[in-house]
Design a binder for this molecule. Structure first.
Ligand code: ATP
Ligand code: MG
Length: 463
């Protein structure tokens, strides 16, 4: 029991109220996952909760108070305390009619999944699990406390949350859950974009985003919130390696995550992951069937990176992503193909420099994205591409080093040299400049008076 919970527990017990730790933290503790925010539920009404915690909390927030939720920062720990709910759903407007309840069992019944419908009484550590959440968790099975049709009809966001938990926890939806999502997927359109964005990002940042995405696509949820993804299923990829670009995309995402996770202490990189997911969404719109050399059928996707970057911007804007994230992700999509013009290293130095400047602070991510974008089963071809990219990275490193050297200037410039030595412009000034540059390379930067002295004694030797 986290210390913040124990402190809240005695406070509520002292006032004659029940307090339960519920949902996410109970589930995560049972799974051995790190617990972040603490969610509580209580019979105390929101105003009473606010009054009770005011002495203990360093801050409180009441943005959710009309739904019964009071937020409080307790001993550095964010806590949300929600009054027992016993909602009914208005089937016309489909908004929940907020009704407060009096007991834990009916509160748990209105929660999204059985593994989120477990609670622990803080005062006596009594474990409450009326819907078999622990058994489902042990089997990795996502089930709803009541019928999934009813549950998803009441609140369609739960369908997207299902995909999020699949991606985050690696659980599998029970067959009736998947079935109900298929039936009701279209209802997701009723949910505000802000809430959709939060769940989609949690899905993408999860440990198994592929599984969550496959559920979205298989059930039709993706048609509502991310239609560019199912659209990839119709376009064969140009290397004939995959039956469609969709399979290729999921593999690229997996590979990008693998590269991301190789760095010590790596956190999920949403920009890289979204870029991997969206990098080829320009393909369906740019697919052309032509005759290749020798009359063989060929499929091309000219400028799909340009179209893809545009579609990326439009989709992420519709999902109300922050502007800088949209720009970063779209830029990576736009740049993902440029490396294919590198051939076997034919780029000039200036082309290499342009690659680096165009990527700017995204260069590390671009390296990961481009390296992930090979899904050929031909081992020789894959090895050749990887080696060629190694070569590009080496050239970038070499240029950087060279340019750092090129940027080194002597401690005194030509004008100063002429003034100090009383010389007109001419070859001797050039020689002096060269001497000072050598000195600078040899000894690093010198204080001004020392540089002047060195210049004078060099000049004396020239006479
Ligand atoms: P995390 O906080 O790690 O994202 P969580 O399970 O705590 O996961 P929250 O969004 O914080 O998710 O919700 C807290 C709890 O509230 C859930 O565990 C669940 O019991 C309940 N809940 C949240 N959203 C819904 C919903 N749309 N329908 C029903 N119950 C919900
Ligand atoms: Mg939570």
């Amino acid at each position: 029991m986290p210390p913040a919970a124990t402190r809240l527990g005695s406070l509520f017990a002292g006032a004659g109220h029940q307090l339960y730790l519920v949902g996410g933290p109970v589930r995560d503790a049972l799974m051995g996952r790190p617990v972040s925010d603490l969610d509580f539920t209580t019979d105390a009404r929101p105003e009473q909760v606010l009054e009770l915690v005011s002495g203990l909390a360093s801050a409180t927030w009441t943005t959710g108070i009309e739904f019964g939720t009071v937020g409080a920062q307790i001993g550095g720990q964010p806590c949300e305390i929600t009054t027992f709910r016993a909602d009914s759903y208005d089937r016309v407007s489909r908004n929940p009619v907020v009704e407060f309840g009096t007991d834990i069992a009916s509160d748990l019944r209105r929660r999204d999944f059985t593994m989120n419908a477990m609670a622990v009484s803080v005062a006596d550590r009594h474990f409450v699990d009326p819907y078999g959440g622990l058994a489902d968790l042990a089997r990795g099975l996502l089930r709803t406390p009541a019928s999934p049709q009813e549950s998803f009809g009441d609140d369609p966001l739960r369908m997207l949350r299902a995909a999020r938990f699949v991606a985050q926890l690696g659980v599998t939806p029970a067959e009736p859950v998947t079935e109900a999502i298929r039936q009701l997927a279209g209802e997701l359109g009723r949910i505000t974009v802000e809430r959709v964005q939060v769940e989609l990002n949690k899905l993408i940042a999860g440990a198994y985003p592929r599984r969550g995405l496959e559920l979205l696509v298989d059930t039709g949820l993706a048609d509502v919130v991310l239609p560019e993804l199912p659209a990839l299923r119709m376009a064969a990829d140009e290397h004939g390696q995959h039956k469609d670009v969709y399979a290729h995309t999921l593999q690229v995402l997996d590979q990008a995550i693998e590269l991301e996770q190789r760095e010590p202490g790596a956190e999920p990189d949403l920009v890289l992951r979204w870029a991997a997911l969206l990098h080829d969404i320009g393909k369906p719109d740019t697919r052309r069937f032509t005759q290749g050399p020798g009359g063989a059928d060929q499929v091309t996707f000219h400028h799909h990176e340009v179209v893809g970057a545009r579609l990326t911007r439009a989709r992420l804007k519709a999902l109300k992503f922050p502007k800088d994230q949209i720009e970063d992700i779209a830029r990576l999509v736009f740049l993902h193909l440029r490396f294919y013009g590198y051939g076997r290293g034919e780029w000039t130095d200036s082309a290499v420099r342009r690659y680096v400047t165009d990527a700017g602070p995204l260069l590390d991510r671009l390296h990961k994205l481009v390296r992930s974008d090979t899904t050929t089963r031909n081992k020789r071809k894959a090895a050749l591409l990887a080696a060629t990219y190694d070569d590009l990275e080496e050239r970038i490193a070499r240029l950087r080093q060279q340019e750092e050297l090129d940027a080194i200037r002597p401690d005194l410039d030509g004008n100063e040299i002429m003034t100090i030595l009383g010389l007109p412009p001419g070859p001797l000034v050039g020689k002096a400049y060269k001497y000072l540059l050598e000195l600078r390379m040899e000894r690093g930067p010198l204080p001004h008076d020392e540089a002047v002295r060195a210049l004078r004694s060099w000049y004396a030797e020239q006479q």
